[in-house]
Design a binder for this molecule. Sequence first.
Ligand code: ZN
Length: 658
Amino acid sequence: MNRKNLLLTLVFCAVAAAALAQPHRQTSDHHYRRSLSDVLNQIEERFGVTLKYDIDTVNKPVFYADFRIRPYSVEESLTNVLAPFDYKYVKQGEGVYKLKSYEYPRRTEEDGQKMIAYLNSLYNDKTSLEERKECLYKEVREKLGIDEPLEHITGNKPILSKIRKYDGYTVQNIALETLPGLYVCGSIYTPTSKGKHALIMCPNGHFGDGRYRKDQQERMGTLARMGAVCVSYDLFGWGESQLQVGATGHRSAIAHIIQAMNGILLLDYIMTRKDIDPTRIGANGGSGGGSQVVLLTALDNRYTAAAPVVSLASHFDGGCPCESGMPVTMACGGTNNAELMAMFAPRPLLVVSDGKDWTSSVPDLEFPYLQRIYGFYDAKDKVTNVHLPDEGHDFGPSKRNAVYDFFISVFNLDRSKLDESKVTIEPESALLSFGDRAEDLPANAIRKFDDTTIYFGTKVTSHMKSDAAIERKAQGWVASLELNDVKKEGYVLTLIYNHLCAVRDWHNNHSYTLVPEGVNPHNGEPLSQLDREMIIDSTMPAEVHNKLMNGMRRVLTEEQVEAILDKYTVGKVAFTLKAYKEIVPDMTPEEEAFVVENLKIASEKAIDYKNMNQISAVFKMYKNRIERYFNDNGRNWRDMYRDYNEKMKAEKKKKEQQ
Ligand code: ZN
């Protein structure tokens, strides 16, 4: 190639490169940006799936949006689109996906495998394991923060009920004052046989009806009949504890600490009884109760046997604040429930798992890991796994039988007494220490969540105070319905509480400045701060509203639903209707029906707004519609309103003259 040709070639290449570069530069400026909600709508349409979500999609641009879609896979497309926002999907059924925020206590089974492999690399014999154990036991305490409240415990003797006698066992209720004014309540099931008994601590989990439910009573009574004292006690903020601190208490990280403290203090008390054999102390619980078994055995070396049921996994710590509220799994550079339970070696351990929840991985993942650890002590036979592949997340008969077999074997209980039909199922009221409505609580008792917070750092409790205030408001509204049905009350209370919190959080997390300054296209006026607040708050996902309304309509009458809406909007429907009737004294039934219908719609719309100015603004929109209706139907709103005002003025004058 001669010089000239080379030059031409270079120029040509440069031009070609520039031509190619130009669109490239444009794309990197443009980023193929689209809004998240737009992209999600497109995914629904394209793949014919339903996406359910109340995740925040406001002001969330997806860069290179279309390039993230994989035409052959809705799941890969969702992963690509959601990952930048720390969102994920959970498949709920064929073609139905729930979009959720990142969940720190819940990982994937693959994560569990990697974590177990990593943990296995940390120890290869008893000595190295014992070193790790020492670190874990020390740091779990620290991360949980349990030593601070333990400095404030009362040391008081428990309040014990009369003993109720049944076939081969007795039941006695216990209320133990832990921190001043704070009680943990439970029931003690004791064998009627003489001599020293094994003891099994049975913290409650999250199954409906708590420790009062039939299968829990069957398990307690049966173990007692066979020779073990069983202590069955409430979660914090559940059962009788809910009557002290509300359900808010359970949603706080404090629950994690208090439940562990309750387990330690109840064990302290029961060990003072002369009929307890200190060489046979067990822990058993299902689901959230199983999470407590893991923690209690890590905090307290008095336990000699343990049986967590449908709970233990390496990739799920339990999603409730009472299980994951405090960063216990951050101990010693990172741990998980499987490792904490492994530290129980070489003492007897039963792990019950099933095929339909997160414990489905136990036979292939967690159990072999536990066996390896127990092997360091030549005690592989001391750890067992009963896996029920066709069963789900409950404490059903086969799980209870596994627990019976285990404790019969390790505590030498009397198998001949194994007969659940001999257990008397007591009504919930019989198992309470302080009555259905906590009417018998001692005078010094704490009666709201805020009062427990003084024993804990403000970091743990600050935002809970606002939650507690919302809960009290919701409680007042529900009480006004006089439902006389504790379950229904609890259900409606949770619906309203969740809705009020969601409205508050949406409002607080979305400043009106997210809406640019600009003009209102209807009147040309600049948008006010209220306008911009209304716009941004109106972007709250409809699911929040629908959950409340559908839930209420399922269990309440339409009048009761309206009564709750009236609480939200401080009686505006009735108040405004009254005013209309005064302004339009000869209002026809047809007109009144239109007014009422629109005010009711306004009321239901207004509940999704946080403050009174916003609620009034929603009503204003519907009042405008009503007034237009009068004008369109042969009346003159302005004249009627003027006449009404003049009449008012005249009446006022008349009064002044009298
Ligand atoms: Zn919980």
